[in-house]
Design a protein around this ligand. Structure first.
Ligand SMILES: [Zn+2]
Ligand SMILES: [Zn+2]
Length: 152
């Protein structure tokens, strides 16, 4: 049902058939507005909107097929999983650079290092798994470090 568009036949295909009435041929810019108006003339219609583009209307039994091949789905998937689908052509990466926020420019959040935190706040550390004598020695060492640091 949906045929592949090439640049050559793009002009002829510019007009879109109304899903409510195929005799309504519409320019893309008029299409969304027409759908709203035409829907009022077809209140019994079981048309369902495509989740990727709300101007895609289908009966519930053909929607499933459309969703699988919707041209807007590719953009959606590319947006949500940019790593899996590389952008075609030379515009690689442009999609995200256009965003007002440049995430790469954010300064990296300092990683929390419990060891550093410990040294800075002079908490007496209690090494796990060391022998009692080693632990005693360590505690003594820590106590001295603690006292020395508090002199100033
Ligand atoms: Zn219509
Ligand atoms: Zn669609």
């Amino acid at each position: 049902m949906s045929k592949k568009l090439t640049v050559a036949d793009k002009r002829q295909d510019k007009c879109i058939a109304c899903p409510y009435d195929p005799l309504h041929r519409l320019m893309p810019e008029r299409f969304a507005l027409h759908l709203i108006r035409c829907a009022k003339n077809h209140p019994g219609s079981k048309m369902v909107r495509c989740p990727f583009n709300n101007t895609h209307l289908f009966s519930s039994d053909t929607l499933q097929h459309h969703v699988e091949s919707c041209p807007d789905r590719a953009y959606f998937v590319r947006y949500t999983t940019p790593d899996k689908l590389p952008l075609p052509g030379p515009s690689t990466g442009k999609f995200f650079v256009e965003s007002a926020e440049d995430w790469d420019a954010e300064p990296p959040a300092p990683t929390y290092n419990p060891e550093d935190h410990c040294r800075e706040s002079f908490v007496i550390r209690n090494p796990q798994g060391a022998s009692p004598s080693a632990r005693r020695q360590f505690r003594e060492q820590e106590r001295r470090r603690f006292i020395e640091n508090n002199k100033f």
